[in-house]
Design a protein around this ligand. Structure first.
Ligand code: IMP
Length: 427
């Protein structure tokens, strides 16, 4: 048996969906361990387009188990719609299992997310407005409502009433907004809970049993390390742990994890607010944004783009134990005369290579770049590494040596067939 984690090494949107799909082939179970429907990816298969938010990408394979772990916060309405859409597209979703300990996002979390963002004014986080932060706040405050609670009518009614009383105090007294009605939430959520009931299990017990039986498991991280609540650019982060959250979020011990594939884009991108030292606000940035279709899947916002940053990547590799890199969208850089790689930051006359925790220091950091020659050749049908232009190989070699991690794959286009295999992480 082998267990592999896929984690984004930047600010999300590194193309984890494609790599998860690619690696799924050898896995029996594909499990999500954090985040919620703030994530979103599009998968193409046999000319059909599938849009996924909460459901793991393994759902497209009827012989695999898709699992939503306890560390995920679940929007039941959007999950139910997602499942309906998949049914309409002919996908068999009977193999989806949901943790009985996963916390539920309720309509008051979404309302609170919006109100909190509005009240922060210029220092807003730029969230996806999906209620993610408030749902994790309730979990940490020990007042959250879990999947298991929603299945029992009495328990659900009791905890919902308590929560709603507290939230309505906030809405009316602090935010000068309207209260929410119990009846508008209760029946609907109870009904969806009943529809999902047969899928609800102790996913940690299930995973441990399957791993001990020798099955391969793929853990699918959402967002990216720089959005991790502990290791990211706090407070401009999401409220969960993409880096290392697999143990708590799926209920499998650290030593059971064999490989960690860090997905990295050949450049950087970020949505929402927060520090981004290598951001490009020029025509090169526009070129990369258009060529790379850098617009949010969930929010449609144009993404901020910039050069690749090895200070960020080294930090990401350290905190999430990356063993292999899956480098994506190398083809987007084709046609650029020069390609830059940030190797350190200049701060107060010194060059530093560790990502600062202080936002103030970060805002004074100036990236130090190493410049590489670009290439013009179309690389989108190249099937093996040695056929890439020597300029692209130099760029890839430099990154690999700088980070001390080898490649699992290098992607030269969005399609599955445009993935150059370098080393097999399942062996
Ligand atoms: P939240 O997760 O909605 O609370 O948003 C917190 C921050 O994480 C915001 O900057 C979002 O834009 C960002 N974010 C959340 N999910 C994703 C994602 O899947 N890709 C990229 N950014 C994300």
């Amino acid at each position: 048996m082998t267990t592999v984690v896929v984690v984004g090494t930047q600010w999300g949107d590194e193309g984890k969906g494609k790599i998860t799909d690619y690696l799924s082939e050898d896995a029996k179970i594909i499990a999500r361990y954090q985040g919620g429907d703030n994530a979103g990816h599009t998968l193409k298969m046999n000319d059909k387009v599938y849009k996924l938010r909460s459901v793991p990408s393994g759902i497209l394979y009827s012989d695999k188990v898709s699992l939503i772990g306890n560390g995920v916060v679940l929007n039941l309405e959007s999950l139910s719609e997602e499942l309906k859409r998949l049914h309409e597209q002919g996908v068999d979703t009977s193999n989806l299992k949901i943790s009985n300990r996963a916390h539920i996002i309720l309509p008051y979390h979404i309302k609170l997310d919006k109100l909190q963002e509005e009240s922060r004014g210029d220092s807003k986080v730029g969230t996806t407005n999906r209620g993610i932060g408030p749902a994790y706040m309730d979990k940490a405050a020990r007042i959250g409502i879990r999947m298991i609670d929603i299945l029992d009518k009495e328990t659900f009614a009791e905890v919902l009433k308590d929560n709603l009383d507290q939230k309505n105090e906030l809405f009316t007294k602090l935010y000068n907004s309207d209260p929410m009605e119990f009846d508008d939430i209760f029946e609907n959520y109870y009904q969806i809970g009943q529809e999902l009931k047969d899928r609800v299990i102790d996913t940690s017990a299930f995973l441990n049993k399957e791993i001990n039986n020798g099955e391969n498991v793929l853990f699918e991280g959402a967002q990216g390390v720089m959005l991790d609540i502990d290791h990211g650019t706090y407070p401009y982060v999401t409220s969960s742990n993409p880096a290392g959250g697999v143990s708590t979020g799926a209920g499998v011990g650290g030593p059971m994890i064999d490989r960690v594939v860090g997905v990295v884009k050949a450049y950087s991108s970020r949505v929402g607010e927060g520090p981004f030292p290598t951001q490009l606000d020029d025509e090169i940035g526009d070129f990369i944004r258009e060529r790379g279709h850098e617009y949010g899947t969930v929010t449609k916002r144009p993404r901020r783009v910039g050069w690749i940053d090895t200070v960020v990547l080294k930090h990401a590799c350290n905190v999430s134990g990356v063993t292999h890199l899956a480098l994506n969208v190398l083809d987007v850089l084709t046609g650029l005369e020069e390609i830059k790689v940030c190797t350190g930051y200049e701060l107060n006359g010194k060059v530093i290579t560790e990502y600062p925790a202080s936002l103030k220091e970060l805002s004074n950091c100036k990236p130090v770049y190493k410049t590489f020659a670009g290439w013009d050749q179309d690389i989108t049908s190249i099937k093996s590494l040695e056929d890439l232009p020597h300029e692209a190989l130099e760029y890839l070699d430099f990154l690999k040596n700088q980070l001390g991690v080898s490649y699992s794959t290098v992607s030269v286009g969005p399609d599955r067939s445009q993935t150059i295999p370098v080393s097999d992480v399942w062996k």
